[in-house]
Design a protein around this ligand. Structure first.
Ligand SMILES: NC(=O)c1ccc[n+]([C@@H]2O[C@H](COP(=O)([O-])OP(=O)(O)OC[C@H]3O[C@@H](n4cnc5c(N)ncnc54)[C@H](O)[C@@H]3O)[C@@H](O)[C@H]2O)c1
Length: 434
């Protein structure tokens, strides 16, 4: 005999499923969302391959300052059976195009905030890659641009839309391991040596001036780009802002902290690589959230980075550990998780991998519903700020005392000044208010 409660549940679930599929059908019947990709490099190409096969949208324009990459990206769209998109070296042409409703920004980090702010203020919904900003101040200005324009601003931390990670955080929030007092994030993998190089001429396919954009002028050299710009202060946020920010974001999410930390302690530098990269290859960082007068509110996040490890930690090259008062959970964003109780008894496990398509879908759903996306700019600003603060603490070799509401380093003007950057004077992309 069918349990009447279960039958009611199934009926309710059935009608919910029907409503969901009707909604999806209504969306599919809508005109496709016109989108553009800005930055057609490694990650841009991964996005484009998904965008080109999504019937809910239409790739109408592409932008890159490297003509070879722009041509290769256009080819992907055409090979997927679509009309040739408009191609532009100057991203302002994308922002002027009325058929572009949303942009995917997969440029180097120094362009994220300038491009995202201009795009939102031009009336485009924005999907911008992580780390959301090159420096902390830019993140705040991105939030303001998103809120003032009323546009969706999703950041590319796809773990926020990935089923096994959502499930893990649900377990943590439900108290499956008690109070989670400490979380750890690690990035332990083997990176490449970028060598030493001298200034030279950029290749003919690259508009290096446009690549620099709002960054002060400097000569080209071949170990600045592509992709390896992330190891230079002027352009990236180091590996902590590259792979590390994914793990830090998951750690902060599972820890349940929704503000900046009050204390940042960090050590690290180059222990391994003899090359031109500027950020640490080895980094240990500790972030503490205050007690608010009660012991039970204290939380700690620990980040470890070793870019010279030809082995993994706890089974994952990038991972998280959540330490609770009744158990622990070990997670790999590309792998799965295991939840242990007292005396290391395995209680539950789940496998899974990053779901980029789900993150795209969440962005599109929010464009239509007006809801805040899973990795809303305000969420990622908090996670990316941890990377910025840790880098400053490492570079100065000092503990930072941070005032979360004012976004200020207290009692250290030099560190506080590093929450911002210097821009190229008068450049059109310099965000207002920096
Ligand atoms: N979410 C993820 O899992 C993930 C994975 C890898 C990279 N990323 C992020 O994606 C971004 C790109 O990384 P990448 O490895 O693809 O770098 P990349 O250097 O390969 O690509 C960047 C592209 O942007 C182009 N570009 C630079 N300035 C431009 C401008 N003003 N207008 C248009 N195009 C411009 C470059 O020519 C290049 O083709 C980074 O922010 C990175 O952190 C995210």
């Amino acid at each position: 005999m069918t349990d009447p409660n279960r039958r009611k549940f199934l009926e309710a679930a059935g009608s919910l499923a029907t409503a969901a599929s009707l909604t999806r059908k209504a969306h599919a019947a809508d005109a496709p969302v016109g989108v553009a990709l800005i930055g057609c490099g490694g990650m841009g190409t991964s996005h484009l391959k998904l965008l080109a096969k999504n019937p809910e949208l239409k790739v109408v324009a592409l932008s890159d300052v490297d003509s070879d990459r722009l041509a290769a990206a256009a080819q992907i769209v055409v090979e997927a059976g679509h009309a040739m998109p408009a191609t532009h070296q100057d991203l302002r042409n994308v922002l002027d195009d009325k058929s572009v409703e949303a942009v995917w920004i997969a440029t180097p980090d120094h362009w994220h905030a300038p491009a995202a702010i201009l795009a939102a203020r031009a009336g485009k919904h924005v999907y911008v890659e992580k780390p959301c900003s090159h420096n902390l101040r830019e993140g705040r200005l991105m939030i303001e641009a998103a809120r003032e324009s009323g546009k969706v601003m999703q950041v590319g931390t796809q773990s926020r839309s990935t089923a096994h990670i959502i499930a893990a955080v649900e377990r943590l929030k439900a108290g499956a391991i008690g109070d989670v007092l400490v979380a750890k994030a690690w990035n332990s993998q083997l990176r490449g040596n970028i060598g030493h190089a001298s200034p030279g001429d950029p290749p003919p396919n690259l508009n290096f001036e446009a690549w620099l954009g709002p960054v002060p002028e400097r000569p080209y050299q071949k170990n600045l780009l592509h992709s390896i710009w992330r190891f230079w202060y002027e352009f990236g946020v180091g590996d902590i802002g590259n792979d590390g920010v994914h793990d830090i974001d998951i750690a902060r999410w599972g820890l349940g902290v929704q503000s900046h930390p009050s204390t940042v302690t960090a050590a690290g530098s180059k222990y391994f690589f003899d090359d031109d990269q500027q950020f640490p290859d080895t980094q240990y960082c500790i972030f503490e959230w205050p007690a608010d007068g009660t012991v039970a509110h204290k939380r700690m996040l620990v980040y470890e980075q070793r870019d010279w490890s030809p082995y993994v930690q706890e089974g994952f090259e990038n991972g998280n550990a959540f330490y609770g008062t009744r158990g622990m959970l070990i997670l790999g964003k590309n792998g799965g998780w295991k939840l242990y109780g007292p005396r290391n008894k395995l209680i539950e496990e789940m496998s899974g991998g990053f779901d980029l398509a789900a993150h795209h879908q969440n962005f599109l759903d929010c464009i239509r519903s007006g809801n805040r996306p899973n990795a809303d700019i305000e969420i990622n600003h908090l996670s990316t700020s941890l990377c910025h603060l840790a880098n400053i603490a490492c570079r100065l070799g000092r503990v930072l005392h941070f005032e979360p509401a004012a976004e200020k380093v207290v009692g250290d003007d030099e560190a506080d000044g590093m929450l911002r950057r210097t821009y190229r004077e008068g450049h059109w992309a310099v965000p207002k208010g920096v």
